[in-house]
Design a protein around this ligand. Structure first.
Ligand code: C2E
Ligand code: CA
Ligand code: CA
Ligand code: CA
Length: 279
């Protein structure tokens, strides 16, 4: 499908398969989307199991494409990572989340902690700590009301650089969570060395925690281990009362999942906090 000069279709070769065509198209659209500001941030409540109330929220990016509609992050985050677009996108999400949280906290409701997903590339970029510091200053957000969610795969490469960055972030006063715990390759010893605040137990373990003995054992062990290390445990993807009861019994500190709420646009999330919804 060759079109007039300068058009992207000229890049196509007969041997290019459908998948790479789709990918190319997606990458071009993704670049445009950043310029056109087609992204939105949704917020999903994080709930304290002791009080049953919201103590924070995870920011989750959404892409509102003019023709395709809502595109889920599972479809474009991996490509954004590969192409480096995750850096401008991730930085944008972080800034929005800080602006939003400053607003919510100024409403005089209980202070909320906003979590932001940080990709490996973003974390490793030079000037990342400075960017966090600048963003906190610009948005006026109290550092301990920002939590960075870092996946364990970060922890594998370049340990001393990571340790240094983690230390600087901790000195700034921001919180750190290890995301999707149990799915990557991290060594348990990193948990202690990085002195993270929260361990997020991946939803793949929670999904059938009440029916699968192995997952039940893993979740039980992860909660017990985080208690020993004095790290908070948060279970992701909690959907049923049975899962909730299981986690409560074992002393899990916090949950996130459809049982309480799906991720919501800012206005709807604000209504939830105003209602003072509890579990
Ligand atoms: P994640 O960080 O593990 O985020 C949790 C995902 O689980 C979200 O999917 C959320 O909607 C979903 N979820 C929450 N509760 C439940 C539940 O009870 N049941 C089920 N089945 N799912 C639940 P989402 O929003 O589609 O995001 C997918 C992934 O995309 C995220 O996984 C994260 O890895 C990535 N992502 C999202 N936003 C960002 C971002 O701003 N930056 C980066 N780097 N990654 C992001
Ligand atoms: Ca996350
Ligand atoms: Ca997660
Ligand atoms: Ca995940």
């Amino acid at each position: 499908a060759k079109e007039k000069g300068g058009n992207i279709y000229e890049l196509y070769h007969p041997d290019m398969n459908m998948r790479s065509m789709h990918r190319l198209n997606l990458e071009i659209e993704l670049r445009k989307a950043i310029e056109r500001e087609e992204f939105m941030v949704y917020y999903q409540p994080l709930v304290d199991l002791t009080t049953g109330s919201i103590f924070g929220m995870e920011s989750l990016v959404r892409w509102k494409h003019p023709e395709w509609g809502m595109v889920s992050p599972g479809e474009f985050i991996p490509l954004a990572e590969e192409t480096g677009l995750i850096i401008p996108l991730g930085n944008w999400v972080l800034k929005q989340a800080c602006i939003q949280n400053t607003k919510w906290n100024s409403l005089g409701l209980a202070p909320l902690c906003v979590s932001v997903n940080i990709s490996v590339n973003q974390f490793m970029q030079t000037g990342f700590v400075q960017f966090i510091e600048d963003t906190l200053k610009q948005t006026g957000l109290t550092p301990n009301l920002l939590c960075l969610e870092i996946t364990e795969s970060v922890a594998m490469k370049n340990v001393s650089f990571i340790m240094e960055t983690m230390d600087k972030l901790r000195m700034l006063g921001v919180q750190i969570s290890i995301d999707d715990f149990g799915t990557g390759y991290s060594s348990l010893s990193y948990l202690k060395r990085f002195r993270v605040h929260t361990l997020k137990i991946d939803q793949s373990f929670i999904r059938d925690v009440t029916t699968d003995e192995d997952n039940a054992a893993i979740v039980t062990a992860l909660i017990a281990m985080s208690q020993q290390l004095k790290i908070k445990s948060l279970a992701e993807g909690v959907e049923t009362p049975e899962q909730l009861a299981f986690l409560r019994e074992r002393g899990c500190n916090e949950i996130q999942g459809y049982i309480f709420s799906t991720p919501l646009p800012a206005e709807s999330f604000e209504n939830l906090i105003k209602e003072k919804k509890t579990l």
